[in-house]
Design a protein around this ligand. Structure first.
Ligand code: CMX
Ligand code: CO
Length: 158
């Protein structure tokens, strides 16, 4: 069951400048940063609020590390802006298979690694009225009760 907005993914050309915009304008602080090589992004997660399912909602600021990445290609075509939305669930495997069964293209055979060791998959935007949609199951040890909230750059996966 999808129980929260996990995050809104926002594509930007310069992560540091965009982080500073969200800090200076709204007072949102960085909760976590990492580079996800498989997804081709450097990213910052800004926690906006905790949610009734024990999770949280974030903004995910995304800077491409390669021009041929999903975000790099999208930025070249569209410029900066909202790239995707992500719904949170306790069970991304079951929920994504159920959605696949409804004839919607799920982009990965199996969920892959996302921010903060979450497990993620994506639904094709052309099957979702133009919205690239991600499904996320947060890692247990990155729930708000356990995450230290510090910034780390040590999660680069190659
Ligand atoms: N939102 C809405 N529509 C999108 C889109 C987006 N983010 N990205 C692409 N599209 C549309 C394009 O506009 C294009 O439409 P038209 O044919 O009408 O022009 C169509 O989808 C195909 O786009 P494309 O530029 O040819 O791009 P690809 O098909 O190569 O890739 C997609 C599109 C969705 C399969 C790819 O972006 C993908 O695999 N995304 C999932 C992974 C991802 O986005 N990772 C980064 C975030 C990581 C994270 O959140 O942790
Ligand atoms: Co995302």
């Amino acid at each position: 069951m999808l129980t929260r907005i996990d995050h809104i993914g926002i594509a930007c050309f310069d992560l540091d400048k965009t982080v500073e915009f969200y800090r200076a304008t709204y007072g949102f602080e960085v909760f976590h940063t990492e580079t996800n090589d498989e997804q081709g992004v450097r990213e910052a997660m800004l926690k906006i609020n905790e949610t009734s399912d024990g999770g949280a909602s974030y903004l995910q600021l995304l800077e491409p590390i390669r021009e041929d990445s999903a975000v790099g290609k999208w930025l070249a075509k569209n410029g900066e802006g909202v790239h995707h939305i992500a719904f949170g669930t306790a069970d991304v495997d079951t929920d994504s298979e159920a959605i696949r069964g409804k004839g919607i293209r799920v982009l990965y055979e199996e969920p892959r690694r996302g921010s903060m060791d979450s497990r993620i998959t994506f639904l094709h935007p052309k099957d979702c009225h133009g919205v690239l949609t991600e499904l996320v199951t947060a890692a247990a040890d990155h729930s708000p009760d356990h995450h230290s909230g510090h910034t780390s750059e040590d999660r680069t996966k190659s």
